[in-house]
Write a protein that binds this ligand. Structure first.
Ligand SMILES: [Zn+2]
Ligand SMILES: [Zn+2]
Length: 66
């Protein structure tokens, strides 16, 4: 099992996503972490907009694939 260590405090995680989430939240102050990739955001609006990348809820893109 791969171990990912936080460069700031030495805490270890079993997934890169968890480490990213921890780093963004505890060290960078990004209060809104993406559940899908661990990326953090300062505002909820930015997170919601980003989450669309994962959920694919973009009418424009759907039309292209349909
Ligand atoms: Zn840390
Ligand atoms: Zn994401």
């Amino acid at each position: 099992m791969p171990i990912f260590t936080c460069a700031q405090c030495g805490k270890t995680f079993t997934s890169r996503r968890c480490l990213l989430k921890h780093d963004n939240f505890h060290h960078k102050g990004l209060r809104f972490p993406c559940e899908h990739c661990g990326k953090g955001f300062f505002g909820k609006d930015a997170l919601v907009r980003h989450t669309l990348i994962h959920t694919g809820e973009r009418p424009f893109k759907r039309l292209v694939h349909a």
